[in-house]
Write a protein that binds this ligand. Structure first.
Ligand code: UT7
Length: 328
């Protein structure tokens, strides 16, 4: 059986208007602009309003992606939303987006793989198309991390931002589209990056609220070491599966967590910064939304041409990682 080639036929992004600068953070916790810029590369990030939830951001990004793809919401067969900040435990954010878009025939579900969620979503969605089950799949990474960030914790509050990125997957001609996926997980590292309360292990209680257990906990330097190791190896493994070399890469679109992590990946992949999409200075780490927002901006800026070899790579809570090679 020959498989249908699948690619990205439309991209979109949405970031909320409110900008939170390093200078403002200086007023909130004991930190400074110089430390944040040199240790992370982040200058500002976007924050949702009290009324906005993940589905609102996802909807805006999806409308843009559908427009670029030139298809209507009614044509979608499946919606996958990767998020760690769903509107609520259930119904899924994907179902809420389905209703907002009017994507009446689309199946819909959320996917939980933290910052790797978008790559996991691409792998899942593209398989439905390559096997012939579906034609068009919407994959969204959408996060309102500000709602689970403790703005008295300088270890985390300087890093995270809100936003959403979306792509439409569909059939493409032979030779183009996804060439490989490399997904992985190491549950032993789960305690390094988590929101301890609000699930069935530790439901919401007055104690969990006062203990700030509904906010992100992160062992930063442990996650950093893991990230430096896994970004390069996941990208290399995806290239090997695709039968391509590091020198074939035209553009790397990495998870935007820390400029030092990105720089070490570039070194390992023997790439110059001109071959890498970097926008974390403007948005910080948007978890599952980071890669699709960076991709949508690369397309907007004309940095992606037909036939280019792109490598998308990310890592995150779980611990999880994911990489994909695609020909645009
Ligand atoms: O999407 C995946 C999620 N997470 C990540 O990718 C995060 C990965 N980790 C990182 O990016 C880095 O580990 C951080 C940016 C979180 C921290 O940078 P670091 O270079 O690993 O710093 P550190 O935690 O080793 O701390 C170094 C020093 C400490 O002071 P002492 O003990 O040396 O006196 C910290 O207390 O920097 C201090 N520090 C700060 N200083 C000013 C930690 N946070 C801050 C801050 N401002 N915001």
């Amino acid at each position: 059986m020959s498989l249908q080639p699948v690619g990205i036929i439309g991209t979109g992004k949405y970031v909320p208007e409110r900008v939170l600068t390093n200078r403002e953070l200086e007023q909130m916790v004991e930190t400074n602009d110089e430390w944040i810029v040199t240790r992370t590369g982040i200058r500002e990030r976007r924050l949702v309003s009290a009324e906005q939830a993940a589905s609102d951001l996802a909807y805006e990004a999806s409308v843009e992606a559908l427009k670029q793809a030139g298809i209507s919401a009614e044509e979608l067969d499946l919606i996958i939303v990767a998020t760690v900040t769903p509107d609520m435990a259930f119904p899924s954010t994907a179902c809420i987006v389905q209703e907002k878009l009017g994507a009446k025939k689309a199946a819909a579900f959320d996917l939980s793989a933290a910052c790797s969620g978008f790559i996991y979503g691409l792998a899942t969605g593209s398989n439905f198309i390559s096997m012939g089950a579906y034609k068009y799949v919407l994959v969204v990474g959408a996060e309102c991390l500000s709602k689970i960030t403790d703005y008295t914790d300088r270890n985390t509050c300087i890093l995270f931002g809100d936003g959403a990125g979306a792509v439409v997957l569909g059939p493409v001609e032979e030779g183009r589209g996804f060439k490989s996926f490399e997904l992985g997980a190491d549950g032993t590292g789960g305690p390094l990056l988590k929101v301890p309360a609000g699930g069935s292990r530790c439901p919401s209680t007055p104690e969990s609220l006062s203990g700030k257990d509904h906010f992100i906990y992160m062992a930063g330097s442990e996650v950093f070491k893991f990230a430096v190791r896994i970004m390069g190896s996941a990208a290399e493994e995806a290239l090997r599966k695709a039968g391509l070399e590091k020198s074939d890469i035209d553009l790397l679109v990495p998870h935007q967590a820390n400029i030092r992590i990105i720089q070490s990946s570039l070194q390992r992949l023997e790439l110059g910064e001109e071959k890498c999409m970097i926008n974390l200075d403007k948005y910080g780490n948007m978890s599952a939304a980071s890669i699709p927002v960076a991709l949508a901006e690369a397309v907007e800026e004309g940095r992606v041409k037909e036939g280019d070899c792109l490598v998308l790579v990310g890592f995150g809570g779980g611990l999880t990682w994911g990489a994909s090679v695609l020909i645009w």
